[in-house]
Design a protein around this ligand. Sequence first.
Ligand SMILES: Cc1ncc(COP(=O)(O)O)c(C=O)c1O
Length: 404
Amino acid sequence: MAKLPSYLAMHVPLLDLGEQYRALGDSIREAINDVLASGRFILGPKVAAFEKAMRAYCNTPHAVGVSSGTDALLAILMALGIERGDAVITTPYTFFATAGCVARIGARPLFADIDAETYNIRPSAIQECIEKNCRMNSNGEWTTKNGEKVRAIVPVHLFGLCCEMEALREITQRYRLVLIEDAAQAIGAEFSFGERIAKAGTMGEVGFFSFYPSKNLGAAGDAGMIVCGDEELAQKLRTFREHGMEPRYFHHVIGGNFRLDEIQAAILAVKFPYLEKWAAARRAAADFYSSEFVRVGLTERIATPCEPYRNRGVTNHHVYHQYVIRTPMRDALREHLTKCEVETAIYYPLGLHEQKCFAYLGCKKGDFPEAERAARETLALPIYPEISREAQRYVIDSIAEFYN
Ligand SMILES: Cc1ncc(COP(=O)(O)O)c(C=O)c1O
């Protein structure tokens, strides 16, 4: 392909929230004004209404609004009594918070490598991690070499694609572990257990979402939500989100201020009815990228996202929080795209096991080869519900130009 003529150049942002706010701005301002007029700013009717809407959407008995995805996981770990002396298995290829929260409550993150195609934690790697690094004590509990009790697995539905939940549920049952779903990036993503279709966040004991502004459902600040099926756990989570206080000013446990505030809940409630439409638009944009990459013959050069559940009778088989390609020439391609004014992002440039703050865990380069390869080779392309086909075509042409 010839070099792109300069008159064709355009700027393509990674994410553009402008159109969403132009369309919904009036309703959002009205919802904020309602809160201001009510004088109820903390855990009032807007939070209760949004929790109710989330319960219905996820088809789950309990939803607890919290201040962020990070605080959701902290509250969950606290409510489950996971603490110093415990270990939690998770992926090394995720946003920092997933393992950061485990470490913050004093437990040890144990990493298991990812699948090369989906980038999600690989169930067989979890099994290897347990069988190789842990042993069963006389109480039938699995412990690490340092004697920490393995308590839970935190799979992350990365980029909007569910992990292999059937296999993960089987593993958690076999090793008697709690399954905590990090669905921060995957609100609305679906997984089918044969006849039964379940939403991300509802397939383990407990799950959580982030409403960070760039997420598929984004607040105008930080916000998060926990969903679970167990009444007692939900009650504990509500207590932990308010400093472990029950009743007011009586503290039986040490929690934190993990409350979702009214203004964020009001904004989220205005945007929530559009979530499915936005997910469909993201999938259509992803389909366009993937089919165009085939058409222009680029699939020898780049790997497009894997869709293992596409034909399993679920609509939201992938909610495309990110559209991530893979190429060994990632850094050079990214440089070229930056010159073409196509914004891209690297999620994530360094596996968590190689982060300086986790040096004390004793992991080394080479321990999780697929996570390391993903960190070297993946690149997120612009995707959002309103992205135009013209902008996508420009991204594709710019990539084609690089390889030609
Ligand atoms: C996989 C994952 N887990 C946890 C979090 C933490 O969510 P928050 O930013 O709302 O604290 C994020 C947010 O980026 C995430 O992507």
